[in-house]
Design a protein around this ligand. Structure first.
Ligand code: GAR
Length: 195
């Protein structure tokens, strides 16, 4: 059984989708949720599901490296096989990524390699794209550029705002991330391409 830690910064809807799926014959179980934002909505959602939850507030540390050392110490106690970034909004240094090499997954709200970084939905609308979507990828030292493990697509509709498109993509995220985590926990890292 794989042990999964989930890192969040916000509401935690992707975290909840992952946790909801990790029951029964699923090859993994959630062992820890960590937020870098005190009071993030996802912390209460994790606690409500009986998952150990911790806060490592990045603002309490003098450097990115010091924050990541505390984060790694928290993770070490949980000994995860996989670390899922789920709306985790801190860039991780190469040192952290190397420490947990091959174990970190991320969900990003665009069809990578399009639109790494922030404001993905506004950028897709500005470009006049006919479709948008989300990507789960392995985390490497290059931001939003690691090997793609899965993608799901949604249409862009007439009159879409960034908020409307984000809501449609988020529904696709909740389909994609649990499906990819299942495959990866089973040892299958071939890309899962959902319509
Ligand atoms: C999701 O849309 C996720 O893809 C995005 O933040 C949202 C978190 O929602 N992540 C990023 O932008 C990462 N750079 P959630 O907290 O409800 O899962």
């Amino acid at each position: 059984m794989s042990r999964v830690a989930i890192l969040i910064s916000g509401g935690g809807s992707n975290m909840e989708a992952l946790v909801r799926d990790m029951t029964g014959d699923h090859p993994a179980r959630p062992v820890l949720v960590v937020s870098n934002v005190p009071g993030a909505g996802g912390l209460a959602r994790a606690a409500a599901r009986g998952i150990p939850a911790a806060t490592v507030d990045h603002r309490a540390f003098p450097s990115r490296e010091a924050f990541e050392a505390a984060l790694s110490a928290e993770l070490d106690r949980a000994a995860p096989d996989l670390i899922c970034l789920a709306g985790f909004m801190r860039v991780l240094t190469p040192g952290f990524v190397t420490r947990w090499a091959g174990k970190i997954l991320n969900i990003h709200p665009s069809l990578l390699p399009k639109y790494p970084g922030l404001h993905t939905h506004a950028r897709a609308l500005e470009a006049g794209d006919a479709e948008a979507g989300c990507t789960v990828h392995e985390v490497t030292a290059d931001l939003d550029a690691g090997p793609i493990l899965g993608q799901a697509r949604v249409p862009v509709l007439p009159g879409d705002t960034p908020e409307a498109l984000a809501a449609r993509v988020l529904v696709a995220e909740h389909r994609l991330y649990p499906a990819v985590l299942r495959r990866v926990a089973d040892g299958d890292r071939t890309p899962l391409l959902l319509p």
